[in-house]
Ligand binder design. Structure first.
Ligand SMILES: NC(=O)c1ccc[n+]([C@@H]2O[C@H](COP(=O)([O-])OP(=O)(O)OC[C@H]3O[C@@H](n4cnc5c(N)ncnc54)[C@H](OP(=O)(O)O)[C@@H]3O)[C@@H](O)[C@H]2O)c1
Length: 261
């Protein structure tokens, strides 16, 4: 033991090739956890983790599409068969430029829901027996746009509202068994996801946005709480840019680029 807060823990972190998931995988690894990193792009995960973390053997990248249910089940079964799973951070997410109800295609609706919402469900469902054994915890990266309308589009907002409902429902069923579910609800975070907006935000907005590491630190805070403490939902906003009730483009006084993703 080296006294690091997540020493001895195993975490699965999705979306670990970029942005919030990558920052969380790295921070958890640096905090002593063994991290199974999940995304489709293995090289991007390896590059993001860096040689040093990979060399420790405590950050293990897995190339997987989270909407592949059987693939998710196989990964969780294999990991859980070898070691205890203490933490699950579900940060894989997507959006499309043609996101308005008028422009959104049924195919994009299905893809956004399959990645953001179904992917989260597949991981939670597969990991539940393992989380019960470890009295572990799942952290879902939702969004303020699941609660406050903005210009991130109906599919994205439906997926994020669905993730919050999924976490709430799971929490009420599982709390007595010691499994905790937390939704982290960020406002705008400067990640490549912003490049998929119909009009990517200008530099001035990106500079005032949250950094991926800010959200990773929120995840570490949740992951290191004592077992008897649960924070079901945590909203995290860039102070100079957004406030509760002023989280998106639907608020008249905000320019359109202030949607969350
Ligand atoms: N950026 C924001 O303003 C913001 C605000 C609130 C909430 N969020 C949420 O935060 C989460 C992380 O987003 P981010 O901003 O960090 O975006 P990002 O930098 O674009 O990262 C998205 C991650 O999701 C992974 N991913 C996408 N589709 C996937 C799939 N089918 N299977 C597996 N992995 C997949 C990507 O990896 P691969 O491409 O390698 O598969 C990547 O690692 C998302 O759920 C997003 O909705 C973001």
């Amino acid at each position: 033991m080296n006294g690091r807060p997540l020493s001895g823990c195993t975490a699965i972190v999705t979306g670990a090739s970029s942005g919030i998931g990558l920052a969380t995988a790295n921070l958890f690894c640096d905090s002593g956890a063994r991290v199974h990193a999940v995304a489709r792009r293995k090289e991007a995960m390896e590059k993001g983790a860096g040689e040093e973390r990979l060399a420790t053997g405590r950050l293990i990248p897995h190339a997987l599409d989270v909407s592949d249910r059987e693939g998710v089940e196989a990964l969780v079964a294999e990991t859980g068969g070898r070691e205890r799973i203490d933490l699950l951070v579900l940060a894989a997410g997507t959006n499309v430029p043609d996101r308005s109800l008028e422009k959104l295609s049924p195919e994009d609706w299905e893809r956004i829901l399959s990645v953001n919402l179904c992917g989260a469900f597949y991981f939670l469902k597969a990991a539940l027996p393992h989380l019960r054994t470890s009295r572990g915890q799942a952290i879902l990266i939702g969004s303020v746009s699941g609660f406050w309308p903005d210009a991130s589009g109906p599919a994205y907002q439906a997926s994020k509202a669905g993730m919050a409902a999924l976490a709430r429902a799971a929490g009420i069923e599982e709390h007595a068994r010691g499994v905790r579910f937390s939704s982290v609800l960020p406002g705008i975070v400067d990640t490549p996801l912003l490049d998929d907006r119909p009009a990517p935000p200008p530099r001035e907005v990106r500079e005032r946005a949250l950094r991926p590491r800010d959200v990773a630190r929120a995840c570490l805070f949740l992951a290191t709480l004592p077992e008897h403490v649960c924070v079901p939902e945590m909203t995290i906003l860039p102070a100079g840019l957004q406030a509760l009730g002023k989280t998106g483009a639907a608020t008249p006084q905000l320019p359109p680029e202030e949607e969350d993703a």
